[in-house]
Design a protein around this ligand. Sequence first.
Ligand SMILES: Cc1cc2nc3c(=O)[nH]c(=O)nc-3n(C[C@H](O)[C@H](O)[C@H](O)COP(=O)(O)OP(=O)(O)OC[C@H]3O[C@@H](n4cnc5c(N)ncnc54)[C@H](O)[C@@H]3O)c2cc1C
Length: 323
Amino acid sequence: MTAPSNHVLVLVEHGEGSVKKVTLELLTAARELGEPAAVVVGPPGTAAPLVDRLGEYGATKVYAVESEDAEKYLVTPKSEALAGLVEAGSPAAVLIASSAEGKEVAGRLAMRTRSGILTDAVAVDGDGTATQSIFGGAVVVRSRVRTGTPIITLRPNAVSASPAPAQPTTEEVPLSLPDAARGATVLERVVEEKGSRPALTDASVVVSGGRGLGSGDNFAVVEKLADALGGAVGASRAATDAGWYPHQAQVGQTGVTVSPQLYVAVGISGAIQHRAGMQTSKTIVAINKDPEAPIFELVDYGVVGDLFQVVPQLTDEVTKRKG
Ligand SMILES: Cc1cc2nc3c(=O)[nH]c(=O)nc-3n(C[C@H](O)[C@H](O)[C@H](O)COP(=O)(O)OP(=O)(O)OC[C@H]3O[C@@H](n4cnc5c(N)ncnc54)[C@H](O)[C@@H]3O)c2cc1C
């Protein structure tokens, strides 16, 4: 079990037997740095169904770290599995998704291997330079790790996943957890109930509502448009803080970052903290009654008007065209 120096370890996020989209983005970014090697941590039988998909996006190697212990403890099985691989070889870098869990795994891994860490990168260059977008997107920082194995967490949706088929070989790696890694035991897992809409970070269309909606009930207007477009529903912080929509739907600096093909902002002013989470969307449409609203500075299409008149008409038109 040695990770050669041209290997870039990618921690695989998976669920229900499939690879999460962010992992495909990480594999795509890893190809800039060397040969992607996917690390799957989970109970026995987890890796096999994922291998083909990982190969499709360029993984030349799959490290299967399978153990019943993998789900018994919080983040430590992942950080220990990666630490074992880093210590046994000298991979070029480790890429991890910039989720709350991913950042904790990365932090622990950096401590364990005495390596430098860069979090929330939006791009990684071939020489290992990571780009971070900070202060709500107002400042761009480019940095490179100089100590140990570079550990980089990459924001979901920052890189577009592109296939580059490879034939990965699988290597089984035992999971060894020291006592210090067994401190927090998972007692129960509850599966979140999902509706029929796509997940916010995966959706190619996102329709978000803001304070302009005036109440939680009025979010139905946004949901109808999202459903007509087959999209997900997002919200501004003003709307989630008011309790009109769940916090998980908050788009922005302190919420999720989305980068869909189409982003529709309904009754959202376009504060810098909101823009930080959606400004890389491919096409941006805003509906706002204030022609001076800052959101109009970054839109591709803007409609100045009352959302309660514009959005239902738009929904009807989309529905009609879909037949
Ligand atoms: C540290 C920090 C972190 C933050 N993080 C986030 C974040 O992650 N995400 C985020 O969104 N915000 C965040 N914020 C808050 C941010 O600064 C704004 O306060 C927030 O985005 C405003 O939400 P809004 O656009 O819905 O509300 P408002 O700014 O009040 O805008 C409402 C808009 O609706 C329009 N409107 C009203 N009625 C109608 C109507 N009938 N038809 C059409 N338009 C109408 C108005 O013209 C107005 O432009 C953060 C703030 C701080 C300080």
